[in-house]
Design a protein around this ligand. Structure first.
Ligand SMILES: *Cc1c(COP(=O)(O)O)cnc(C)c1O
Length: 437
């Protein structure tokens, strides 16, 4: 091995994994999250749950307060005349540039995820006698499964026949009967980042519409919806996007659809702004994604997502991803070198059958096939090891996310987590196993 060259210049702060990448976030203390028995109450908790609900940023906190102030002092006038020059009629203009990759006309910040999924399926899922199937990933998120099944039923189709689960080989074999390919970009349970570009390409080759649910991909992994020729996408912003519980969602409609008159459930906020308040009887939609807007959006929710997106832009998405790769690699490495770790292949063969408590990782080892999250499967399955480890972690202020019966998801969020969080999580995980013996 070559000796490490001595380097006189200090590395840029963002490569220092022991400090947070953004100073906009303060994790809750142990006391605040209720970890008092075995943790120092005033210390920050080890929050590794940004995949489920991101933290409040100082920017969001301030922007929400400003909007409350604007509401108190201007009331209805705030729609057009705003103390901070963010008139509510076009508040989304502040958010769209931060959400869009290339063209703002391709995105709309609106509604909620499942709602937007229904809107997009209503516009894009047009089953015919020959081509009527929906292709999705096995074990899609329950809300998505319900949405797919109810959409099939709305077209008088039997969900059991109309919905197939799997990927490229199925596309190859059954492509001509598939109307819609709809996957999640990053799988919520396993943390797998699907090869979005190749799935989209294959789907388009077979003449299918291709849509993506980016719930766990938004603000987590780099995506190029426009360049990949994705037809539509939907996402929520309260996971890695830190917009707060039930925060406002987003959708994408590719530019190539903008001149096509897609069927839509129209509302006044999708109407062209110049004539919206003249209240004409006929609907004249904004061209592109924003034509799908229905209602005037919740400004407090918009202020919240705006603050968080500003934190991402302040750092730069490239750095966010670099940082995410480093933190998750560090977590992965430490977990894999634990004496309680069983490699996935061995776990699958059941070598750990009736043996001692252990864990494996069901997230792909390839950094290009995952985002921030690692999903740990506890063994032997169904014996309550996961529940005991999870409780042990919680009592020490390590907040992960449990998925019954046997999985804990841990996601270092690149903006606010550090190597210290990763180290603490692994340390307490090992202690938890020690306490089981
Ligand atoms: C989080 C998540 C949802 C949640 O849907 P809401 O409409 O925001 O409640 C739906 N689908 C997937 C894939 C998710 O990860």
């Amino acid at each position: 091995m070559l000796p490490t060259p001595t380097c006189s210049s200090t590395p840029p702060a963002w490569t220092d994994l022991s400090k947070p990448l953004s100073s906009d976030f303060t994790p809750p203390t142990n006391k605040e999250i209720g970890a008092t028995a075995h943790a120092e109450p005033g210390n920050p908790s080890v929050y590794l749950c940004g995949n489920s609900l991101g933290l409040l940023s100082k920017r969001s906190d301030q922007l929400i307060r400003e909007e409350l102030d604007a509401w108190r002092t201007r009331a209805v006038v705030g729609h057009f005349d705003h103390p901070k020059q963010r008139p509510w009629v076009k508040f989304t203009d502040e958010v769209h540039p931060l959400m869009a990759e290339i063209s703002e006309a391709e995105v709309a910040c609106m509604g909620t995820l499942t709602n937007n999924l229904h809107l997009m399926m209503d516009s894009f899922y047009k089953p015919t006698a020959e081509r009527y199937k929906i292709l999705c990933e096995a074990k899609a998120f329950p809300s998505d499964q319900y949405a797919f099944a109810s959409q099939a039923k709305a077209h008088n189709l039997n969900p059991a026949d109309a919905i197939i689960e799997d990927i490229l080989s199925v596309l190859e074999r059954e492509g001509s009967s598939i109307a819609l390919v709809i996957f999640s970009g990053v799988q919520y349970y396993t943390g797998q980042w699907f090869p979005m570009e190749s799935i989209t390409k294959k789907g388009k080759e077979k003449g299918c519409i291709v849509g993506w649910d980016l719930a766990h991909a938004f603000a987590n992994v780099p995506i190029q919806l426009h360049a990949w020729d994705v037809d539509f996408a939907v996402w929520c912003t309260y996971k890695y996007g830190n917009s707060g519980p039930g925060g406002i969602a987003g959708l994408f409609v590719h530019e190539k659809w903008h001149e096509v008159e897609l069927p839509k459930y129209a509302g006044w906020w999708g109407h062209t702004l110049t004539t919206r308040f003249k209240m004409p009887p006929t609907f004249s939609p904004i061209s592109g994604a924003q034509g799908f807007q229905q209602s005037n959006p919740c400004i407090l929710a918009l202020a919240s997502v705006l603050g968080s997106l500003q934190s991402f832009t302040a750092v730069g998405m490239d750095k966010v991803r670099q940082r995410s790769l480093s933190l998750t690699a560090a977590l992965d490495e430490k977990l894999r070198s634990s004496k309680y770790f069983v490699p996935p292949a061995e776990a699958a063969k059941g070598l750990n059958g009736n043996a001692k408590p252990a864990f494996t990782i069901i997230t792909p080892e390839d950094p290009q096939a995952r985002g921030a999250q690692l999903s740990l499967l506890f063994l032997p399955v169904g014996t309550g090891v996961m529940q005991k480890v999870f409780a042990y972690l919680m009592e020490r202020g390590v907040v992960g996310d449990e998925r019954e019966p046997d999985v804990i998801r841990l996601a270092p969020a690149p903006l606010y987590n550090t190597l210290l969080d990763v180290n603490a999580a692994v340390k307490y995980l090992e202690e938890a196993f020690g306490s089981l013996a």
